[in-house]
Design a binder for this molecule. Sequence first.
Ligand SMILES: *[C@@H]1O[C@H](CO)[C@@H](O)[C@H](O)[C@H]1NC(C)=O
Length: 182
Amino acid sequence: MHTPGQRLNTIFAFFVTVLFSVLTAAALSGAFQIWRIPSDAVKVNIKLVDADIKMGRIGYYYDYSQPPIELGSLKFDLDADLTKLWNWNTKQLFLFLVLDYQTPDHNLNHIVVWDDIITSKADALINLRKQESEYPLADLSKKMSGLDANMTLYWNIVPNVGMLWTQAKGAAPVHFPQYKGK
Ligand SMILES: *[C@@H]1O[C@H](CO)[C@@H](O)[C@H](O)[C@H]1NC(C)=O
């Protein structure tokens, strides 16, 4: 007949099968839910308030062996309604605002201006005013004067289980002034 070990093994195997079926169902249904969201249900509006240039150094504890370079900074307004991205399989949203532009040497440049982690549906309604860039903005050429760029909001939808999605929306033009100071 069946020993207690065999019975335990059967119960455990059943438990594991049920667990993985539930996880698979959550992953697929969550993904399906996100795939079904119409693109106009997610609203993003980015507006540049101010773009500025100053001289400074970046890097690990500031590298004083190098001369200062042109660093950009931004102020922006951000209105976004990402509540529709919330379902039973949404753990959090990782938002990042990205500046993209071209230079003579490089066709595509990306700089992360600001980022945030949203952990609840209520927080997915975003109204930022005159938010300052979190990081100093530097180009490989060490120059930011007169640069034209676009600002776009990207987000990762981090699931409880399953695939991580990356989406983006909203392009606001950005123009950096010429550096004038001394
Ligand atoms: C910003 O985006 C618009 C629309 O996609 C594009 O026409 C324009 O060239 C972009 N500007 C820069 C500086 O990349």
